[in-house]
Design a protein around this ligand. Structure first.
Ligand SMILES: Cc1ncc(COP(=O)(O)O)c(C=O)c1O
Length: 474
């Protein structure tokens, strides 16, 4: 028995090279692969529902199973024609950084265990804070993704503004905010009467007059408004709330402003993004997900805070068994800044890929997302019986097929069918969303490896499917 759980150097090399080959083949063949691969529960269960394997297996057979069965059953968010949700285009250098982090089993918890990775995390956070024009005392921490960053931000906001849970405390966010906000609030013990959703205007941005009125009203009624959560790049339409006005409301009422830029804030690297994200510098905290528009492998999320000390004040505990890792002045123990004690070095992938490709390449990659969305908007505008629902906004465009003789309900069904039929062809994935009751198709073409012909072929296919369906119906 191999109770050391080890392989010989030769065996490790063989396995490692095979793994690398599989990953490189994946990158090389991605544009020609089907976008969606959804196994049936019956077939997957039949294959994998086995007893705990007591005996050693053959490494080649295990790897073949992983390549041919497990990884065959994944849809590709990094595919150039995956336009749904927020795609995760990723990059090979980031993936290799993850391999190194796992290989060295880096514990980016404290300075004693991982001073190098802690310094890399500090500098990546510094870059992101500087890009968002936060002050020198700002800081942050890497997390698994936007949901955890939003939850962490709310915990910090409550701790700093209120000290503890208070049943009269109130949080405000728009009806277009990401679901992770409501979920985070619930997890943190907020009741539904403490969460106020503010309606959005025709541009799907928070109605700031309503926000102001609601806060005043709540204060008069003895409630304790303490936090507004704005979105910089909504998941539905890419809308950016009016951050400057919301910041002014927060300042006037001594409230915390959290900006959920999980999707949109990455665009701050590009000039166009900076223009669209004006006001982000006024936030008390910002969620930014490098695993979205900064092209990193999943899970790479990040929370930035205006004052780094706020994180430590919220999360620091000093148990006796960690007294030996107490950090000196210039050292950082990231475990004191988050809920997580044992944590991976997520910053390494961002740091490595920025160094290998250079920030200018990232800027151009982000700009290609803006340009793709604008191109789609232009193309759709010229197509018969298609209409733009929301214009290209921070890399997202929504539209629908809208022949004049269809009722509102029929149009909703029609657009759902178009999306479903496109998925059946497996050429591309364009999912739907609902905007003020209207079912729309939605594209988020931020993958820098998406080509114009990827877009042209997808739109042509959508149009063919639409004519096909309406032809049948008429
Ligand atoms: C605006 C916004 N906030 C938060 C999230 C949640 O991020 P994650 O999926 O990384 O938890 C998303 C995900 O798409 C998002 O678009």
């Amino acid at each position: 028995m191999n109770k050391e759980l080890s392989l010989s150097s030769a065996e490790m090399r063989q396995l490692g090279y095979q793994v690398i080959d599989i990953i490189i083949d994946h990158f090389d063949s991605l544009p020609d692969k089907p976008v969606l691969n959804i196994g049936s529960p019956e077939s997957l269960r039949a294959q994998f529902d086995q007893a705990l394997p007591e005996q050693p297996g053959d490494v080649d057979s295990v790897l073949s199973l992983v390549r041919d069965q497990i990884l065959k059953n994944i849809s590709h968010g990094d595919h150039p024609r995956f336009f749904a949700f927020i795609p995760g285009p990723s990059n090979f250098v980031g993936a290799m950084a993850d391999a190194l982090a796992a290989g060295f089993n880096v514990c980016a918890s404290n300075w004693l265990e991982a001073s190098g990775p802690a310094e890399i995390e500090r500098i990546c956070i510094r870059w992101l804070c500087d890009l968002c024009a936060l002050p020198p005392e700002s800081g942050g921490t890497f997390l698994s993704g936007g949901s955890m960053a939003n939850l962490t931000a709310i915990a910090v906001a409550r701790h700093i503004k209120l000290g503890q849970a208070d049943s009269s405390s109130q949080v405000y966010y728009a009806d277009q905010a990401h679901m992770s906000i409501s979920r985070g609030l619930r997890v943190l013990g907020f009741a539904s009467h403490q969460m106020t959703r503010i309606s959005t205007n025709n541009s799907f941005r928070m109605d700031t007059d309503l926000l102001r009125t609601r806060i005043e009203q709540d204060k008069k009624e003895g409630q304790l408004p303490f936090c507004v959560i704005a979105t910089a790049g909504t998941t539905n339409t890419g809308a950016v709330d009016n951050l400057a006005v919301i910041a002014e409301i927060c300042q006037a009422n001594n409230m915390w402003l959290h900006v959920d830029g999980a999707f949109g804030a990455g665009a701050i690297l590009s000039v166009k993004g900076q223009q669209q994200l004006k006001g982000i510098e006024l936030a008390d905290s910002i969620t930014i997900d490098p695993h979205k528009w900064l092209f990193q492998p999943i899970e790479t999320g990040c929370l930035l805070v205006r004052d780094q000390r706020n994180l430590r004040q919220t999360f620091d505990e000093s148990p006796e068994y960690l007294s030996d890792v107490d950090a000196a002045d210039e050292e950082i123990n990231f475990y004191q800044h988050t809920v997580q004690l044992t944590r991976q070095t997520r910053a390494l992938k961002l740091w490595m890929s920025l160094h290998v490709f250079g920030a200018q390449a990232f800027r151009e990659a982000i700009d290609s997302g803006f340009a793709n969305a604008e191109y789609i908007e232009n193309r759709i505008s010229g197509m018969t019986d298609w209409e733009i629902v929301t214009r290209a906004n921070l890399g997202i465009v929504t539209f629908r097929h809208a022949p004049a003789d269809y009722s509102a309900t029929e149009l909703n069904e029609l657009n759902q069918s178009i999306s479903d039929r496109l998925s059946e062809t497996n050429l591309a994935f364009v999912a739907t969303t609902i905007l003020k009751g209207v079912k729309t198709l939605r594209m988020c073409p931020i993958n820098p490896r998406t080509t114009r012909s990827d877009i042209d072929n997808t739109l042509a296919q959508l149009d063919r499917i639409a004519s096909d369906i309406t032809g049948h119906l008429s």
